[in-house]
Design a protein around this ligand. Structure first.
Ligand SMILES: [Zn+2]
Length: 546
């Protein structure tokens, strides 16, 4: 890209920039190749020929050289400080054995010289040892340090003896002498670990995570906080970082149950939360065998935690609890929502929503725009019931791409038949359910194009959706899931939030060319982000490009 301007390329207040020679996707004009940004909004959009008339009236002109322009993505499910912490932690995502995991942890422990060790994202599926690491091994690798090593799904963790002692995890359900903790024992360990991180470190983690989101072309994230997940201070810091305007915008969901309208209003306003939703757990995860199932886990015999978890997973909430929360939030006009993965968990959530509608009326429930996170094992009847109540689905295509398929973890845990019906994106789409895509980072990284590719190449060919639909779900769908309908596209007067992508396949051409999405087939090179602009402000620029 080339910029001709006496000014810095980041748009300052009172300045205007003409971008031309690109392919503008997701605009009202499908042939648009140029647009003008004035201050923080899109002031004009059209063709290069028409743009010539604007070139003299603006402060700067950017020649896009055939770059693809898209509205910024919305990541509808994130955990910012944990993501930032992960960016400066041991990466276990691709570790192939217990041995390798321990080697990496040991070198990190040496580097960190006695400070806390965070070692997330291990996955024992496919390891030669066929088991997770143990507390004893973690103690040796960290020289007796405080270490927290959550499984990739975040619903169980191996903790060091020092953390076990500091957190009192031993005294809670879900404790196991191997050091692999689930349920309350896991939550106690996680709380104790996070409380050992200084506020300053936490804030710099949040900034690092927002920077990574901006680099991925994301302009808005939905932070999922809650009393058992993070802390009030952490949630407030994430919201404040979003308001500073140096990176993506932030909408926050706080996962705490309320029993009446007044408490719903008071809690949401005290927290600055858009909704009392997010990771308010109806159940756990498939990987940790805590997702609540109608029928037992197919591989439940050698349960990860040695038997504390029932063979059908773990329901955290009852129908009545879901109902009361949804009633309270609906009356307050606030979004309610839950984390739900297993089929029995989904049954609980739906029954709770329906019972709430019975109490306060369908219209009230629908108007509050409630949402569900993950919603991985929902059937056609369930989808229909949720659509009738206006419930949005916030889904993670990366989960399906990572753990779906005949040889994947879902099949191992559930058998082929049940695993095969998971994440029915096409059925959701066809039923008119609003879909929003997200990463659940740090579970999977910020990778919007990967998410779209995951939808397009779903293992179940009947559940594939088009790239265009998936793109919409990752842009407008994310705003809609937050109850904001008129956002997430490039149009006149819209916020100037967009990313510029080098695609490679778009040849600059004369005449009308329809902007189209890049090749998303497996193995194809995904677009490279050249620049992210949020509300007129450049918040990311690829090095070496200007
Ligand atoms: Zn989450």
């Amino acid at each position: 890209m080339t910029t001709e301007s006496p000014l810095d390329e980041s748009t300052q207040s009172g300045t205007s920039t003409l971008y031309r020679g690109g392919f503008v996707y997701g605009a009202a004009d499908p042939f648009a190749t140029a647009f003008v940004v004035a201050d923080d909004h899109v002031a004009w959009i059209g063709s290069d020929e028409a743009a010539a008339g604007h070139a003299d009236g603006v402060d700067a002109v950017v020649d896009l050289e055939g770059a693809l322009v898209t509205p910024t993505f919305v990541d509808a499910h994130v955990h910012m400080s944990a993501t930032g912490l992960g960016l400066r932690s041991v990466d276990l995502t691709d570790a192939l054995s217990v041995r390798q995991v321990l080697d990496r942890i040991e070198s990190a422990a040496r580097e960190r010289g006695g400070r806390l060790v965070y070692a997330p994202n291990w996955d024992e599926q496919g390891w030669p040892e066929k088991r997770p690491l143990t507390s004893k091994e973690l103690d040796r690798a960290t020289y007796g340090g405080v270490a927290y090593s959550p499984r990739v799904d975040g619903h169980s963790a191996v903790i060091s003896s020092a953390l076990a002692a500091a957190s009192g995890a031993r005294n809670h359900p879900g404790w196991n002498d191997s050091g692999l903790v689930t349920l309350e024992a896991h939550h106690a360990a996680r709380d104790a670990f996070y409380s050992g991180i200084s506020a300053a470190d936490r804030r710099s983690d949040i900034d690092a995570a927002l920077k990574a989101a901006a680099a991925a072309g994301i302009g808005l994230v939905h932070e999922n906080g809650g009393p058992t997940l993070s802390s009030e201070a952490d949630f407030a810091d994430v919201l404040a970082a979003g308001l500073r305007g140096h990176g993506p915008q932030v909408i926050g969901y706080w996962a705490e149950l309320v029993g009446d309208e007044e408490s719903a209003r008071a809690l949401a306003s005290r927290m600055g939360a858009r909704g009392l939703a997010g990771d308010l757990n109806v159940d756990g995860s498939i990987g940790s065998r805590t997702a609540s199932l109608r029928e037992p886990y197919a591989d439940g015999q050698d349960s990860l935690d040695g038997g504390h978890t029932a063979r059908c997973g773990h329901p955290y909430l009852s129908v009545e609890q879901v109902r009361d929360h949804v009633v309270a939030c609906s009356l307050a006009g606030i979004q309610a929502g839950f984390h739900v993965i297993g089929d029995a968990g989904v049954d609980t959530a739906i029954a709770g929503f329906q019972a709430a509608a019975h109490q306060v009326g369908v219209a009230r429930v629908t108007a509050a725009r409630h949402r569900l996170e993950h919603l991985e094992m929902v059937d056609v009847d369930g989808i229909k019931a949720l659509v009738e109540l206006g419930v949005t689905a916030s889904v993670q295509p990366a989960f399906q791409a990572l753990w779906g398929g005949p040889d994947g973890m879902y099949s191992a845990r559930l058998g082929h038949e049940r695993a095969g019906g998971m994440n029915p994106f096409a059925a959701m789409n066809a039923a008119g359910m609003t879909l929003a895509l997200g990463s659940d980072t740090p579970v999977t990284p910020f990778a919007p194009w990967e998410a779209i590719r995951g939808c397009v190449n779903h293992y179940d060919t009947a559940q594939r959706i088009s790239a265009e639909s998936a793109f919409l779900a990752h842009t407008r769908g994310g705003w809609r899931a937050a109850g904001i309908d008129d956002c997430g596209y490039l149009g006149l007067g819209q916020p100037a939030s967009f990313a510029l992508w080098s695609v490679g396949s778009h040849a600059p051409s004369r005449g009308l060319t329809l902007a189209r999405l890049p090749d998303l087939s497996p193995g194809a090179t995904l677009p490279t982000n050249l620049r992210t602009v949020i509300r007129g402000r450049t918040v990311f620029e690829l090095e070496g490009v200007s």
